[in-house]
Write a protein that binds this ligand. Sequence first.
Ligand SMILES: C[S@@+](CC[C@H](N)C(=O)[O-])C[C@H]1O[C@@H](n2cnc3c(N)ncnc32)[C@H](O)[C@@H]1O
Length: 287
Amino acid sequence: MDLQAIIKRIRCALLKKTGASLPLTGYTEHRNTTKFIDGLSDGDLVRLNHLLHWQCFTVDRHGRRFGNAAWEGKRSEPQIIPDKRIVLMHDTFNLTDKHVLEVGCFEGIHTIGLSQYAKNVTAVDSRIENVVKTIVRCAFFGYHPTVFQCNLEEGPVNVRFLSCDIIHHVGVLYHLRNPVQHLLGLGKYVRLGVMLDTHYALPNEAIENDEINGIRYQYKKYNEGSDVFSGMYDYARWLTLDDIVAFLKTTGFKQVEILEKRSERNGPRVLLIAKKEEGVPLEGHIK
Ligand SMILES: C[S@@+](CC[C@H](N)C(=O)[O-])C[C@H]1O[C@@H](n2cnc3c(N)ncnc32)[C@H](O)[C@@H]1O
């Protein structure tokens, strides 16, 4: 492990040690009607908040906290449902009759938003604790998506279980050790399109290089943390934006629209929508 990785781990450990002690009540913003939380007593909600090691929270109709912050400053604000990118997905693809696959579902915040719009939702995460928390949180909101553990990098990915119309792909690509293989595989199980929000490497940062299936590419080596937000391996490969677009096109998503580029603490980030041509049959697609 290099110095940068050690510093990152120490910083994370120190921050987590401070813990998150938030009040149960008094939240005025981002309240949600939460079908099976709104009627709980304060005592039962406190117990529920302690039963699982929640790392983010929503606010019920009465302004009470369901879940918890990860640590001071990390997901310490109420989560917004639905996230604006889900509304954007709906405006683009009309999710009403679509099956959406969400990768890296974390604790189910986007899963709930997607369930409000889509016909079917499948959500996966590599961490079993995130799978459990997603199932529990969604059930308390009155939704029952299909949720299971899946490490996107442990192949071969079962196309039968991941088959979908649209993929919701937020905050996961830059955690992968082999994002190229993952992107090139998407075309096999995603029928119509991708909503991708990810960090990327600037060309001058992508100084490492590798090859997959005879395709050479440059990347930035990024050291991963060890918390439940992170990837599954020591480091991830960050691709350049041009390569992300090129790999999406190679796997069949011929129309790629960059909707937003932003600069964040960890580096540059993009929001894009990629589409196949309507009606193109998919190799290996199982409805
Ligand atoms: C930064 S969080 C993003 C969570 C959520 N998508 C969001 O936008 O709030 C990354 C999530 O991806 C999951 N993850 C990381 N590597 C993964 C992998 N190889 N396969 C599946 N999920 C993974 C993590 O467990 C975590 O829940």
